[in-house]
Every structure is written in C-alpha cells, then in structure tokens.
Design a protein around this ligand. Structure first.
Ligand code: ADP
Ligand code: F6P
Length: 320
C-alpha cells in the first residue's frame, strides 16, 4: 500500500477544484496516508514548491472557487527533461502517487509522467469546458454554466428594453458544451458552437423577419471556439440593420462559489481518487456517466476527443 501521495491542480482553475482536493486530503488522512499539496500545478512540481497537508489545511474551502493550491500553465513540463526534474522532486519527498485535478492538457502531462517514470497517477477532470473524453461531467462546468445563464438573464432585460440583438460570448476553448448548455438553459434564440456549421445569412434573415412581426430582442450565444463575437456582432448589425451589442463573459465564468452539483461530485470524485491511488490503482481518470462514478483509462481519456452530444444540438434547434 502507498504511504504518501500528492495532490495538485493544473491548467485553468474551475469551481469545485477545492472541494475535490479537500476530499483527496481528508480521505488520505482518514486512511492513515501522508498527503502533500503541490502548489501552482506542474510549475510547483518543477520548483519543488510543495508541503505536507493536514485536515486543517483544507478547512473553510468547500464553498470557495479558485484553488487553494494555485494553478499554472507550465511549458517546461512539456519536455522530457522538465518531467524528469518534477519526478525527482516527488521522489525526494517520498511521494509515491499523484492525484492530478485538471483539464485534458494537465491529464496529458500526467499520462506522459506516468509512462516515463511509472509513478502511479489518478486524474480528476477539472475544467469549465466539459471537454474530457469518457466523462459526461467535469468539475466546475455546472457552476460556469449557471454563471453564464445568470448573465444571459440579465442581458435579456436590457436587450428587450432597447429591442436589441445581444451576442454573448461564452468560454469553452474548442468545445461548444458550455455555450450549448448555457444557451439552452438561458433560452437563447441561436447558439453557435464550433461543432456545428451555421448559416449567417439565414440567421440574419430570420431575425429581421421576427422583428418585423414584433419580436423585441434576440440573444445569440456564441462559443469562443466558434468565431469572434466582436466580428460576428459587426456583421449581424450590418446585415439585419438592428442595433446589436456584444458581451464577452470571459473569466467571470471561471470564478465563484461552486454549485451544489460541483461540490457533491467533486467530493465524490476526490474520495474515489484518493482510495484508488492508495490501493495502487494507476492510469485512471474518475468521472461520471449517467449520474454514476466511472473510471476511465487515462490514456484513452487524453487520446480521444469528446464530441458534443447531438441530443443537445437537436434540443437547441427545436426550442429556439
Ligand atoms: P488544461 O489542463 O486546463 O487543459 P492546459 O492545456 O493549459 O490546461 O495544460 C495545463 C498544463 O499541463 C500545461 O501548462 C503543461 O504544463 C501541461 N501539459 C499540457 N499539455 C501537455 C503535453 N502535451 N505534454 C506534457 N504536458 C502537458
Ligand atoms: O480551459 C478553461 C478555459 O477557461 C477556456 O475555456 C479558455 O479558453 C481558457 O481556459 C482561458 O485561459 P486563460 O486562463 O489562459 O485565459
């Protein structure tokens, strides 16, 4: 049995990372295993910036967004030399297994560290983008979707007051999940995502026609990976002749207190991850499939690209 593990968060932060790390720490301690926190993702691993954690280290955290461990993007970890240096630091502290909470990039880094050094790795999908293959849930995506919907609700008020078109740009990197989910839940008329082709002329004609019949406003949600919202706003304004504004939600979507769903699921995943790594399981990612915790092979998770659920695309079209 492994006697000392480490936990880290990496890549873009997401609400619920704290809840997941807290569950890893408390589970490990409950099982009598030492647990280290690595600060600032792979950067901290390379800089030997890590400390042993106690139950108290994770007090007053479950309700907080961000990550108490800090996170970073670390280009040096993409080199074999960087990963060797990181592994040397883990060995120096007697760390025998690692729980990585992050997105597909962070999990890719973990898979390479595991393949090259043999250190046991368990991953948890932590990203607002919900773009990790093999799991229909990633930590933070629910909170981010709620934040985006809250913004859309507010934008509707002002759009309606002025009879404007409002284009709302939502994050998601190359995935349309966040835009699609926020768009459906926010009742948007159009949702533009990178996975689906759209006909700009047809959309503008439809909007013009609906305004001529008395419609007061239109909300277009656009995923950042689909096109530039600013560019789109200019074209839509010109083509429709309707006053158009663009609102880019940006990093506000990454912050805030995690939703109940994110707290609960992150806690469940954190416990699973700690128990797995302690008992010698390696190269897995824990996620959810239809409401149940599942384990996915780490290499499968990072070598496959998640696709957007066609049911969501269909629903968005029907409800628009
Ligand atoms: P996310 O984990 O949210 O997808 P990134 O893609 O920025 O975020 O990845 C976070 C970090 O993971 C990178 O800064 C790098 O240190 C590491 N990483 C990403 N891709 C790789 C890779 N192909 N090989 C090794 N490490 C990687
Ligand atoms: O992966 C999470 C994410 O917020 C993406 O949605 C977005 O494209 C990116 O990170 C933004 O990264 P940065 O923090 O470097 O601005």
């Amino acid at each position: 049995m492994i006697k000392s593990i480490a936990v880290m968060t990496s890549g873009g932060d997401s609400p619920g990372m704290n809840a997941a790390a807290r569950a890893v720490v408390r589970t490990a301690i409950f099982e009598g295993v030492d647990v280290w926190g690595i600060n600032n993702g792979y950067k901290g691993m390379l800089d030997d910036d890590m400390q042993q954690l106690t139950t108290r280290s994770v007090s007053d955290l479950i309700q907080r967004g961000g990550t108490f461990l800090g996170t970073a993007r670390c280009p040096e970890f993409k080199t074999a030399e960087g990963r060797r240096k990181g592994h040397d630091n883990l060995k120096k502290h007697g760390i025998e297994g690692l729980v990585i909470i992050g997105g597909d990039g962070s999990l890719t880094g973990g898979s390479m560290l595991s393949a090259e050094t043999g250190i046991p790795i368990v991953g948890l999908p932590g990203t607002i983008d919900n773009d990790v293959w093999g799991t229909d849930y990633t930590i933070g995506a629910d909170t981010a979707a709620n934040t985006a919907v809250d913004a859309i609700n507010k934008l509707r008020d002002t759009a309606s007051a002025h009879r404007r078109i409002i284009i709302v740009e939502v994050m998601g990197h190359t995935s349309g999940w966040l835009a699609m989910t926020a768009g459906i839940a926010g009742g948007a008329e159009y949702i533009l995502v990178p996975e689906v082709k759209y006909d700009l002329d047809a959309m503008c004609e439809e909007i013009k026609e609906s305004y001529s019949k008395g419609k007061r406003y239109s909300i277009i949600v656009v995923a950042e990976g689909a096109c530039s919202a600013m560019g789109l706003g200019k074209v839509v304004g010109e083509k429709t002749g309707i006053d158009t504004r663009v609102s880019i939600l940006g990093h506000i979507q990454r912050g805030g207190s995690p939703s109940v769903e994110d707290r609960m699921k992150a806690s469940m995943l954190g416990e699973k991850a700690a128990l797995a790594i302690i008992s010698g399981v390696t190269n897995v990612v824990f996620g959810f499939d239809e409401g149940k915790v599942v384990s996915i092979n780490l290499f499968d998770a990072v070598n496959n690209k998640k696709t957007l659920d066609p049911e969501l695309v269909r629903l968005a079209t029907v409800l628009a």
